[in-house]
Design a protein around this ligand. Structure first.
Ligand code: NAP
Ligand code: MG
Length: 498
């Protein structure tokens, strides 16, 4: 994009006029039109079949972009969760004894079948979750397939997961996933579990069950033996039943730190293995020698990707004081060009907030930032009347004591802080209860090496942000949880070594 860098800084007295949405380019609508092939009603997926819930209850799932109902989803009660675990337990002996190469064939087939239906799944993911279609199409669906391909390759090479030791599957695994990357989180959970020979009971998030239950169609098409994977939809209560079930040998959870802590407490004293992937409040560090235009793109990708509903989002921007004013000015100009609105439009950069509850939470945290004295910058974009939307927001004049600098907002909201020395940057970056990810922008390799060693985060990106690869382990320190997903380390969390 043309960067009008000759303009005076936005904080000087000769303030440049604010750019408004659409000032530079107008775009014709570019709606994605593929058919998501939704059913009016989705049942639970237990023992290889779509099964009406014993609870007899269904709940509505909507499109957060316009609040319209998309489908009814079966609600799994305790008896349904029981049936799912019983199916997984029955399926375990045969599945775990299958030669790895045979399990791998199922995973390859699943990956290819998803690729065949990529557009359909991308549209369904966007409809139910609110994320821009260009992200579902170019990130969520291809990365989901990539995780199945990657783990398919591991299935017959498990002896290299822990060289020199014998590895065995754990048994039946209970998994609970969030709503921000419904398909991808499902892949992060199923890929390693199945490759290693475990069977699964998985609960998708209440607001985003559709692609999970559509995925069950792929499992059927792939001929996956009944009971190897079971999906039980529902809200927190169903999640709690999955976690508490006595038949689970391991629990894998991704979601909020609050629920993660409750799960940790509830499993204390049991034999169940546990991995937790929880929240984050990542620092994205811009040093004085960073390429600033690239860094601004990285900041935007770091916080506005998926509306900021990203556990590893670069939500705390730490900028070296000498370049802070310039970075903020460029950032403000850049966010004025972001297109907010219909997620199904191929030009949309920021789609819908996932739910009314999440919008409320974001709104309350942003209000706290204003109340506590930070300065809020928002472009004057026009938001759709129906649906849940939030303007891309940048806070300057933030201090470490502000709630917006400490708490995970999980929305398109960036808090900008400054530092003078690199040591101060490290201290501020690490001064958080979380430790999931961080970013560093600098022209010097030596600074990258120093900072990536000193930042207490599971992933540190250098001169890039939000880059993922199935071979690269992902996970946190401190209140961001424990255990890794992806790579050899991710598989280690799904096997018994000995
Ligand atoms: P959450 O409540 O932790 O939800 C995560 C998953 O856990 C969902 O499937 C949820 O069901 C389920 N769940 C809820 N209570 C449970 C319980 N007691 N036992 C077992 N499972 C339970 O997160 P949220 O309410 O959706 O979001 C709240 C905040 O969590 C966000 O604002 C964000 O800060 C953080 N978050 C982090 C991540 C991440 O990737 N690390 C993802 C999502 C959210 P329901 O769908 O019914 O809630
Ligand atoms: Mg919840």
């Amino acid at each position: 994009m043309p960067a009008p860098s000759a303009r005076p800084s936005s904080r000087s007295s000769r303030r440049a006029p604010e750019l408004r949405f659409g000032d530079r380019w107008t775009f014709d609508p570019a709606p994605e039109t593929a058919d998501p092939k939704l059913k009016p009603r989705y049942d639970l997926f237990i023992n290889g079949r779509f099964t009406a819930p014993k609870s007899g209850r269904y709940f509505e799932t909507i499109n957060p972009a316009d609040e319209r109902k998309l489908a009814e989803i079966a609600l799994a009660g305790a008896a349904d969760v029981d049936a799912a675990y019983a199916a997984a337990r029955r399926a375990f002996p045969a599945w775990s004894r299958l030669p790895g190469a045979e399990r791998g064939k199922y995973l390859f087939r699943i990956a290819r079948l998803l690729q065949d239906r990529a557009r359909e799944f991308a549209v369904a993911e966007t409809l139910n979750g609110g994320k821009p279609i260009k992200e579902s199409r170019d990130f969520d669906v291809p990365m989901t397939a990539a995780h199945f391909f990657y783990h398919a390759g591991w299935a017959d090479k498990l002896e290299y997961v822990a060289p020199g030791a014998r590895v065995a599957p754990l048994g039946v695994v209970g998994q609970v996933i969030p709503w921000n990357f419904p398909l991808l989180m499902l892949a992060w959970k199923l890929g390693p579990a199945l490759a290693a020979g475990n069977t699964v009971v998985l609960k998708p998030a209440e607001t985003t069950s559709i692609t999970c239950l559509k995925f069950a169609e792929i499992l059927q098409e792939a001929g996956l033996p009944p009971g190897v994977v079971n999906f039980v939809a529902g809200a927190g209560e169903t999640g709690a039943a999955v976690v508490a079930h006595p038949s689970a040998d391991k629990i894998a959870f991704t979601g909020s730190t609050e629920v993660g802590k409750a799960i940790l407490r509830s499993l204390a004293g049991t034999e169940k293995k546990l991995t937790l992937e929880l929240g984050g409040k990542a620092a994205n560090l811009i040093l004085d020698d960073a390429p600033l235009d690239q860094a601004v793109e990285g900041i935007v990708n770091g916080i506005f990707f998926n509306q900021g509903h990203v556990c590893c989002a670069g939500s705390r921007l730490l900028v070296q004081e000498s370049v802070a004013e310039e970075v903020l000015a460029r950032l403000r100009r850049r966010i004025a060009t972001l297109r907010v609105g219909d997620p199904m439009d191929k030009n949309t950069d920021i789609g819908a907030i996932n739910s009314r509850a999440q919008l409320k939470r974001i709104t309350a945290l942003v209000a706290s930032g204003v109340r506590e004295g930070a300065t809020l910058h928002q472009p004057a974009c026009v938001l759709p009347e129906k649906g849940f939307y939030f303007r891309p927001s940048v806070f300057s004049d933030v201090t470490m004591s502000h709630r917006i600098a400490r708490e995970e907002i999980f929305g398109p909201v960036l808090s900008v802080l400054t530092f003078r020395t690199i040591d101060e940057a490290v201290e501020k970056a690490n001064n958080t209860a979380y430790g999931l990810s961080a970013g560093v922008w600098t022209g010097k390799g030596s600074r990258i090496l120093k900072l990536s060693a000193e930042l207490k985060a599971g992933v540190v990106w250098a001169n890039t942000y939000n880059k993922f690869d199935p071979a690269s382990p992902f996970g946190g320190y401190k209140e961001s949880g424990f255990g890794r997903e992806g790579g050899r380390h991710g598989l280690l969390d799904y096997v018994r070594v000995g």
